[in-house]
Ligand binder design. Structure first.
Ligand code: SF4
Length: 336
């Protein structure tokens, strides 16, 4: 890994105002969808962000891509704080940080042929001077995501392609402006298992060949283990455990991470080995006044202090850390 992170988020928080309810029309309810999240993305490395729906992953991706502005906290790219939400520096940021969404059909214009969709960002960001250069770049981008022969795919409309081919087009388009960071938000969750692996391979190759900092966002901790260097597990707006992928999956410490791992479907049956369902333990962010651990209602190890105080962030060995009272120093050294 290089010396410093390409993208660095510090203490990012996003609080949404919720609609007033008929039962309590005078009270403004709020939701802390992302709460004090810090993370670093390094060139040539994949960081996975894992959690079930409603955990705040997509809101965090929207903050990192500047589609949404944080309530507090900072984002730095190459060490420089990002502050503009418009103008030249905003455009420069969006060149460097690109996003790939879950549904490639929704992210591609159905009326544009593939060649035009991939060429658009080259035109908007004035990456090349001549039409011939742009056409050559489109061919190269389609080859990069293994859509060959590129001329064949460039002439297709999105509805003429499979889901996996459409996702490759979306990846090619995101690479057009030579980004430094790629935020892949559940890029394979709508695809068949065999296609998922192919798309993850394409993302992996692009990361390696282009030195990208890749954030892979997923609810599937098994796929994160397969393709990521580090894993951060998100629950109710907070990162609850983070560290090298091997450590987090082989020696998971947080009860929620352990639940995610136990509920990973068995490859043969497609069912969780022990019937565990992580979605049973998921809450949609938290109210700002929430005290104590957000997972306590679902935690088999909950203690009295889990309801009274916010769990501490406890560093473990090998770069892993966990947000849980079980590992607080006063409870003795962590087992295992
Ligand atoms: Fe469970 Fe308490 Fe740890 Fe929360 S802090 S995960 S409730 S043991």
């Amino acid at each position: 890994m290089p010396d410093g992170p390409v993208l660095e988020a510090s203490e990012l928080t996003k609080i949404f105002r919720l609609p007033r309810t008929a039962a309590n029309p005078l009270r403004q309810q709020t939701l802390r969808a992302v709460d004090g999240v810090s993370m670093q993305l390094f060139a040539g490395a994949t960081a996975a962000l894992v959690g079930q729906s409603g955990s705040g992953k997509s809101t965090l991706v929207r903050l990192l891509s500047q589609l949404e502005h944080p309530t507090s906290g900072t984002i730095r790219i190459n060490g420089e704080e990002v502050s503009a939400s418009w103008g030249r520096s905003y455009r420069r940021y969006t060149e460097q940080v690109q996003i790939v969404l879950q549904d490639p059909y929704a992210s591609l214009n159905p009326g544009f042929r593939v060649g035009r969709s991939v060429r658009r960002p080259l035109e908007i960001h004035k990456v090349h001077k001549t039409r011939a250069e742009r056409e050559a770049a489109v061919r190269q981008l389609l080859e990069q995501v293994k859509l060959t022969p590129p001329e064949f795919y460039a002439s297709k409309f999105p509805h003429e392609l499979s889901g996996g081919q459409r996702q490759r087009v979306a990846i090619a388009r995101s690479l057009a402006v030579n980004p430094k960071v790629l935020l892949a938000d559940e890029p394979v969750s709508m695809l068949d298992v065999s296609v998922k692996v192919e798309i993850l391979r394409v993302l992996n190759e692009c990361r390696e060949n282009l030195g990208l900092a890749l954030l892979y966002v997923t609810h599937d901790i098994a796929s994160a283990r397969w393709c990521a260097d580090t894993i951060s597990v998100m629950y109710a707006g907070q990162i609850v455990e983070s560290g090298p992928a091997e450590e987090v999956t082989q020696r998971a410490r947080h009860p929620y991470t352990q639940l995610l791992i136990r509920s990973t479907p068995d490859p043969a049956s497609g069912q969780p080995a022990n019937g565990a369902k992580p979605e049973d333990g998921v809450t949609q962010g938290s109210a700002p006044e929430t005290v104590g651990c957000r997972f306590r209602a679902n935690c088999p190890s909950a203690m009295a202090k889990c309801a009274a105080d916010e769990p501490p962030v406890v560093p473990l060995s090998a770069g892993q850390w966990v947000r849980c009272w079980l590992y607080a120093p006063e409870n003795g050294p962590p087992a295992g």
